[in-house]
Design a protein around this ligand. Structure first.
Ligand code: ZN
Length: 497
């Protein structure tokens, strides 16, 4: 080995040590603003000042804008504010935010398809106005207050919005980004949420210390994302614009809407100065990078969707779901229970049709079932099925998934039905056995599935719906029941390095 070669090897070893051994795992910070006060004109100026300050600092944030706010900016002739916002990522934060009834209230008794259609009907004009005023389709959405509901996800996809960015306790995995409802979610970030107070005094010092602690903890776990959110109105209001008018279900006519109180000018000024220092501090941290919603979508791209699955992958996946029906994290990608449902159904359908597992299996994105499984009335509950009957059920299920793009509510085997979880466990067991033996069984043994993906979904309680705009005592068990069904789609989002 020559000296030159040896020197080169040392350089390469050093470089791989820096990059490959996670000596400094990345910390991404996503800064977002719910831009929503369409009452107080001073909010327009606060929004502009924040957008321009960040541009000057070389930081791009995500502004989730209310449709009515966008229209108000337009009608007040604030092209300057719109232009300042357009330097950042544009998100959507509903058409009217807190006007009654809010999303979770009008969806509380809705089902899956009707709820999806109703959210779309109420929101489509807001998205159209956002496109007209900002010239782009909003990249992300987040709910007002805690007015979260699973039916919003397919409607958002129909509206061209493919990411969920907010903070709420309804669903999440380990305080990091995840996939749910067919899109990336940055939602239940809790311990990875950082927010400096805007109340002067020790706010800045405390905010810096809290950020340092959060980023160090995250780095010690291998890195990830920190979420920071504000509302431009926080810089100027003594109370929220909507609480003044729509508190506890109140529904005054527009002519009676009141303006919120404003903070003394010196307080507002101090809050802006502190915030600038806070952003500068974060930007200067080594290994910390501000990212927009668009950048998060790329950083957490779902590689399972582009991957090709081979027979040995499917056997491994099938063994896992016989024990637990929830997401699986494999080598650099993750699969939801719905991903596995689709993959194994298609693989088995291939075996039935062509006597072989298809060579290039891909994941098809499926939503979860639309209603809770109810066993059929009458007849008996068989402990096994004839192969021909089960094979027919698999073909039917394959056709159903292709046409509806969701996991069926029940799977019929002749005049009997299986829950989606029992079907998947039965299918996985049968598939595993067929690959091992090379032939279909005479009889398919009915297996019981253990659906556990929903343990990452919150239980319904009034505390979960703590938003001051909801009617007193509001809670929504039906929404959370649908949320548990949609946990078929849940899986962690893995950072692509
Ligand atoms: Zn809001």
């Amino acid at each position: 080995m020559t000296i030159v070669t040896r020197a080169l090897l040392i350089v390469l070893a050093l470089a791989s040590g820096l990059n490959g051994q996670n000596t400094n795992p990345p910390v991404y910070v996503t800064l977002w603003f719910d831009t929503e006060d369409y009452l107080l004109p001073q909010d327009d100026d606060a929004t502009k000042r924040l957008a321009e300050m960040l541009t000057r600092l070389g930081v791009r944030a995500t502004f989730k804008i209310v449709g009515e706010k966008a229209r108000v900016l337009e009608s007040r002739g604030r092209r300057d504010v719109i232009a300042a916002l357009k330097r950042h990522d544009i998100g959507y934060h509903t058409n009217t935010h807190s006007q009654q009834p809010t999303i979770a209230v009008y969806l509380q008794n809705a089902g899956w398809e009707d709820g999806r259609a109703e959210f779309y009907r109420r929101e489509v004009q807001g998205v159209r106005d956002m496109k007209r005023i900002f010239g782009v389709t909003p990249v992300t959405y987040g709910q007002p207050g805690s007015a979260w509901a699973p039916q919003t996800y397919p409607a958002l996809r129909d509206l061209g919005i493919g990411m969920y960015l907010d903070e709420a306790d309804h669903v999440g995995i380990d305080d990091q980004p995840f996939y749910y409802g067919g899109m990336l979610n940055v939602l239940k970030m809790r311990s990875n949420l950082a927010r400096m107070d805007l109340s002067g005094g020790a706010s800045l010092a405390n905010g810096k210390a809290a950020f340092t602690k959060t980023s160090e903890q995250l780095r010690s776990k291998g890195g990830g994302t920190i979420s920071i959110y504000y509302h431009p109105n926080e810089w100027i209001q003594t109370e929220f614009w909507d609480g003044v008018n729509f508190r506890r279900g109140a529904n005054p006519p527009r002519a009676e809407w009141k303006l919120p109180g404003t903070r003394p000018a010196a307080e507002t000024e101090k809050a802006f100065q502190d915030f600038e220092q806070y952003v500068r501090f974060i930007k200067d941290q080594p290994g910390v990078k501000f990212v927009t919603a668009t950048e998060l979508k790329a950083l957490y791209a779902d590689t399972a969707m582009t991957r090709t699955f081979r027979q040995e992958d499917l056997v491994q996946i099938a063994r896992f779901v016989q024990k637990d029906i929830t997401f699986q994290t494999l080598d650099g990608y993750a699969l939801s229970a719905a991903d596995v449902f689709g993959l194994l159904t298609e693989a088995m359908a291939g075996v039935i049709e062509r006597n072989a597992v298809p060579s290039a299996m891909k994941v098809t994105a499926l939503d979860g079932p639309a209603r809770v499984y109810t066993p059929p009335t009458g007849g008996t509950r068989s402990t096994s099925f004839r192969w021909t009957a089960f094979a027919q059920a698999v073909r039917e299920t394959s056709a159903y998934c292709r046409s509806t793009r969701r996991v069926p509510d029940e799977i019929w085997v002749g005049s009997e039905s299986l829950s989606p979880a029992d079907y998947l466990a039965t299918l996985a067991h049968t598939f595993d056995g067929m690959i091992a033996s090379g032939k279909p069984p005479a009889e398919v043994i009915r297996r019981e599935g253990h659906y556990t993906a929903d343990r990452h979904v919150a239980q319904d309680s009034p505390a979960l719906w703590g938003w001051v705009i909801f009617p007193e005592g509001f809670h929504a068990p039906r929404i959370m029941e649908l949320a548990r069904l949609q946990a078929w789609t849940l899986k962690p989002a893995l950072l692509q390095r």
